[in-house]
Design a protein around this ligand. Sequence first.
Ligand code: BGC
Length: 786
Amino acid sequence: MISGKNFTVEPWHIRETSFDLDLLDEAESLFALSNGHIGMRGNLEEGEPHGLPGTYLNSYYEVRPLPYAEAGFGYPEAGQTLVNITNGKLIRLLVDDEPFDLRYGELLEHERVLDMRAGTLTRTADWRSPAGKQVRVVSTRLVSLAQRSVAAIEYTVEAVDEFARVTVQSELVANEQLPDSADDPRVAAVLDNPLEAVGHEHSEYGAILLHRTRISELLMAAAMTHDVEVPGRVEVTTGARTDWATTTVICGLRPGQKLRIVKYLAYGWSSLRSRPALRDQVAAALSGARYTGWEGLLESQREYLDEFWDSADVEVEGDPDSQQAVRFGLFHVLQASARAERRAIPGKGLTGTGYDGHAFWDTEGFVLPLLTYTAPYAAADALRWRASTLDLARERAAQLNLTGAAFPWRTIRGEECSAYWPAGTAAWHVNADIAMAFERYRVVTGDDSLEAECGLAVLVETARLWLSLGHHDRFGVWHVDGVTGPDEYTAVVRDNVFTNLMAAHNLRTAAEGCLRHPDRAEELGVTEAEMADWRTAADDAFIPFDDDLGVHPQCAGFTTLQEWDFVTNTTYPLLLHAPYVRLYPAQVIKQADLVLAMQWQSHAFTLEQKARNVDYYERRTTRDSSLSACTQAVMCAEVGHLELAHDYAYEAALIDLRDLHHNTRDGLHMASLAGAWTALVAGFGGLRDDDGVLSLDPRLPSGITRLRFRLRWRDFRITVDVNHENVTYTVRDGPHTAMTIRHGGEDLEISTDEPSTVAIKPREPLLPEPQQPPGREPLRRRLQQG
Ligand code: BGC
């Protein structure tokens, strides 16, 4: 676990105060920079030591085999995997004759700081070479949010106490050697040297390398150029070969003198454009970067982020860990999406190769709510990406003998890449999650145009899928069978409540959308009769309820399954220690499922049902998925277990800053990082929108004295400022002077004239705080008890 030893808790920075070789991989993920198009792990400039070198371009992938021990009809035949592209971060340094390498010589001081307002990663190293020469190396890097194809590094070397001859080699390296990751040799073969050289060129100060993936045939180009400043004589030369280009800078530095290099990088890829076109594209991007200059890039980065924080910031008083972590989450979610521009937002963003770089329902379910309220343009682009894959989803549905469109469980480009159908294809809810994200975008932004442009087709085709998946029984009840809900420890079941509620919502939303856009609906071949069928299925959808226990079974029969033995099975995550064939038939839950239904379809449950369901499912949930804690936070808060909710909020937020799932090295968990915002805003702020109204119902746990967050709602910008007694709603600006929200279940008019302060509505929990399975209490509680 990453402890507070090297990492300080500060509101706007992630600061590592000393170098720890054991945390190298994790720090590379935490310090990753991205704009949603380019991603760079926080690797050291000198390249070594490294955990996982990583530079990525969104949706630049290679096709890889999906090996099956036993094949089956309709199994996806090929997978997609994110490719490590040409590394432009490399800047090697030779001090006299010694390579600057933290494993040798003496590291007097080392600090890395991620500045979440500046959007930069700064590193300072005071190092004495084995031969006794001391230098100070300071680097600052950014991946530009303003100029999508551009990254840049300012690199300075200063001689501290005596003259030093320094040689800097600034490089582009393709096909760099990576630690082994794939277990299957067929997969490893594809990923070994994935880039085929197609061209290279250089000038005195820079170079361009062009490569192509072998199977997916995607062309990419990486380019660099440099500005060099140093007192006295300096020699600059550049050389290039197929997989490698180096600009070498040599000079002598007297004590106190500095060599300053600004390295500008540009990246691009295309499946269509020709070599010359792509070459020119990156050359132009590079010229643009140089024209803006280092200071200009810093300035535009800051401006972009100022605007983001102005609509997105969350202030948490009384809990500095959560304050830092929620900003860290917001920052990384923005990085993953800001300039993705109609490409997927992967589960790990562009911070590592975990999950092969795939996007899941994590995007629409967890990341987009945050973006819709804070950076709606990025949410719209992510939805456009999904819509752009509709034809592939139609093909997939047809392949499965279904009508409509079946979106993939995991993918980069749009094809299904999940090789395990019980927790992949059968998780049909992804389709309804996508539909819900379109609807939320429309409701929250008030912008119908995205629905007309591409959303309606998605709503219609997913509604068609539900109709072909579900059926009416002889009593006229509509069921969806053979389905897996969010909980991946219970698969291929009948009537998963979450799925049925979400499907019903999908069906109704499609019908309403068609009424809003009749012409478009006609083009899609929708008839009155079809819409009526959607509504009937939605109205007849079966929602099982266990009258005896007074709770909703997660799926039909769930509450009568065998209880899981939590006393004997104590090694988590269970998926690595217990067979699915034992997990499926038992009441053991990987992640919030029924509890998530109560957040996303809040109106479908009474407060008493929510309290009883939370109590029941808390006792059986392992939180083996990082997607769970944020939902548990929200629902525990709603039913009045505020302290427990705070513990879960903490877990969701600190998942990567403390490496709680022991896999931060593979990349950051975007859903959980977004969930940090959700836990605070939907948990302690009580935000809901599933009724089409902005509803808030704030209530704070004892450890947070004040919570202040910002939202956008239909061109209004609103600040919500909560303490233990009251909440102040401020409408900063908007298209009208007044708007109506719901506060604690009642309408409240708020206006731009003056802030409205109203009392918090306290809520006594109906039931005592529930227990979790032994050993699965939330982290902070465990630490306190220990
Ligand atoms: C979870 C899924 C999630 C995936 C990617 C799995 O462990 O169970 O719900 O989509 O991880 O984050």
